[in-house]
Design a protein around this ligand. Sequence first.
Ligand code: NDP
Length: 256
Amino acid sequence: MGELGGKVALVTGAARGIGRAVAEVFVREGAAVMIADLAGSDGAATAATLCDMGGQAAYTAADVTQDAEAMVAATVKYFGRLDILVNNAGIFYNADALATSFDDWLKAVDVIFYGAFHCSRAAGRVMVAQGQGGRIVNVSSINGFLGMGQSSHYNTAKGAVDQLTRCLAVEWAPHNILINGVAPGFVDTPMSIVDGVNELETPDFQEIYVRRRRIPLARAAQPTEIAEAVCFLASPRCSYITGHTIVVDGGLSVTF
Ligand code: NDP
């Protein structure tokens, strides 16, 4: 049995990208996984693939901004309990702080920050009632502690998620619910395609981040490399870390 044997996990935004990789690693380690993603996403196909691999997985169509209670209820109904929540769902778009309407600016904050709060609260209630502790892992970003143009919405939301990690870790420690984060740098997922351009393939990215080693490891991460860090924080091996966010960025944020 893997290190998550007998555990039930809920992963938001898990139809593709990092969330899907987390679901795959969790299933490999023996967890039953509920994939929560937007209606019309590839969530059902992802769950079917995981089941074909011999894992336990299911899909619930859910929007983190509206359906937090429903996705947690669906997980408990389907698998009987909830031990692990991964707040992974996120969106990115460029937003000029002067030109963007407040409603458009707020969309990223709504999904990334409020979404993580709503899902954490819904999951936390179940974990407290179960009385057997739990794990919450927030997929943050190095943008949460770095500045960037056209990105005050996204970076602010990610910074707020890191604060949520710290504060809920303190508040829910008496219930043995450990809450940590993983902050990726560049990751090779569909999110890297902004306004139709894959930023990882642009000459600028290749020159600055790869050839000149602005990323010391000289490449973007694969989603599985983020998922392995999430898995560690969700596992019993992580028993004395709470309230922290681990940076997984190939060394990008330690250089200048
Ligand atoms: P993707 O865009 O590949 O996947 C995100 C998933 O989240 C999609 O399936 C998307 O659904 C889903 N989603 C979006 N909005 C909602 C919502 N409101 N409710 C439920 N699901 C939703 O992104 P990544 O895998 O790259 O990103 C995962 C996380 O990692 C995000 O939080 C992101 O900010 C973070 N991150 C990513 C980095 C990167 O370089 N890729 C770097 C640092 C952090 P749909 O496809 O239907 O829109």
